[in-house]
Design a protein around this ligand. Structure first.
Ligand code: ATP
Ligand code: MG
Length: 389
């Protein structure tokens, strides 16, 4: 995620909604570093040392239990924290959270714009002077922005966002900014008793769980440099409302609106009088152009009430997989890393991926939305009798 590791003297801002696992993740990072013999320090403005220790006891980082070796300071006074940092001189430290520290030199409550900015600037000065790799934990407001001034994002070297929904199993870590590496990487984690565990076989799980019912397709997505197969589901139902509902979760609302317009104009799939819900299963968020075709096929499949088929000609239980960006004129556009997407699909038994022209062998290529619909939803399937047969 950081493009090679924590840089001495650098400032990383880790943002995320309440309870997502920010403290867990940063505790684990320091635990691992402590296990490697690095000097670490965990500054908690939110929890008592006993609480932090309780979590450290839960973390499963190996038999030596290195998380228990991380020194903890529970303090909210910035001046006191800076004194401890200067005297303890850790190589890596975590400040949890930037919103809880405050300096009496400024008016304004902890977490106010002036305070947050002052805390970040003062910590940064010390971190740069002493070469301390610092992770600032930041709260995220309801609308998903990092609380506190945006200037914080300019100040720090790297901004990581921890996303996901508490009630769903998966949490994603993304880089929004990184002065030392790429921002294309993403990490997928699962919260377990022993802490956060990287999910390495997510594609396999999502494929196994795919419903294969009308309204379901698999998207061969890219999460940074890593391919990931996720299920995209759509529900199209008659609406009672004057303005039918358009609900997207795990993907961009505007993409959904655009794809619905394209379906109506170029795919003979009108959803004007219907509520449309589209969801990426498992709480994953897909922020890449390749999602367009998955939305289109899922909505078309839901709207017609027939399952999208995998391998050409055979509806034999293989989920239909796809990827591709839709242009405003209804063309299906090439997206990055088609070969990796196709490989990932093939690895998990999904042949005949519907994909833009030029994607490579093994794909069912389509140049337009209409062609893609014809590939995934052959006309003869529309009669339920044939589907049953
Ligand atoms: N024993 C456990 N097994 C599995 N998950 C647990 C366990 N204990 C706590 N959790 C999970 O850990 C989450 C809290 O993690 P953590 O305290 O790291 O979040 P946070 O992002 O720091 O939250 P906050 O914003 O409150 O500081 C809880 O939402 C809970 O789901
Ligand atoms: Mg916390």
């Amino acid at each position: 995620m950081l493009g090679g590791g924590l840089v001495p003297g650098s400032l990383v801002l880790l943002g995320g909604p309440p309870g997502i696992g920010k403290s867990t993740l940063t505790n684990m990072v320091l635990g691992h570093l402590a296990g490697l013999g690095r000097r670490t320090l965990y500054v908690s403005g939110e929890e008592s040392p006993a609480q932090v220790r309780l979590r450290a006891e839960r973390l499963d980082l190996g038999p030596a239990r290195p998380a228990l070796g991380v020194p903890i300071v529970a303090e909210t006074d910035l001046e006191a924290v800076l004194d401890v940092l200067a005297s303890h001189a850790p190589e890596a430290c975590v400040i949890d959270s930037v919103q809880t520290l405050h300096t009496p030199e400024l008016s304004g409550a902890p977490g106010s714009v002036g305070q947050v900015r002052e805390v970040a600037v003062r910590v940064m000065e010390l971190a740069k002077a002493r070469g301390i790799a610092t992770i600032l934990v930041g709260h995220v407001t309801k609308d998903g922005a990092l609380a506190g001034p945006r200037v914080l994002e300019h100040l720090v070297d790297c901004v990581l966002q921890f996303e996901g929904e508490r009630e769903r199993p998966y949490r994603e870590l993304r880089a929004l900014k990184n002065r030392f590496g790429s921002t294309n990487e993403a990490g997928l984690f699962e919260m377990r008793q022993g802490g956060l565990v990287e999910v390495l076989d997510a594609s396999a799980r999502f494929v196994a769980q795919a419903t294969r019912a009308p309204g379901s397709v698999m998207l061969a997505a890219m999460e940074g440099s890593r391919p990931l197969l996720v299920e995209v589901q759509a529900l199209v139902a008659p609406s009672e409302l004057e303005q039918p509902r358009r609900v997207a979760s795990g993907l961009d609302r505007n993409r959904l609106a655009l794809v619905l317009a394209l379906l109506a104009r170029h795919g003979r799939v009108g959803t004007g009088g219907a509520d449309v819900f589209v969801n990426v299963v498992g709480g994953v968020r897909v922020d890449e152009p390749g999602v367009d075709l998955a939305i289109a096929l899922a909505v078309a499949s839901a709207s017609r009430g027939v399952p999208a088929t995998g391998l050409a000609g055979g509806a034999g239980g293989v989920p239909c997989a796809c990827f591709g960006e839709l242009g405003l004129t209804g063309e299906l556009r090439w997206v990055g890393h088609p070969e990796r997407r196709l490989q990932e699909a093939a690895k998990h038994g999904l042949g005949g991926v519907v994909a833009p022209a030029g994607s490579g062998s093994g794909a069912r290529e389509a140049g337009t939305l209409r062609e893609a619909l014809a590939q995934a939803l052959p006309r003869e399937q529309r009669t339920p009798a044939r589907v049953a047969a």
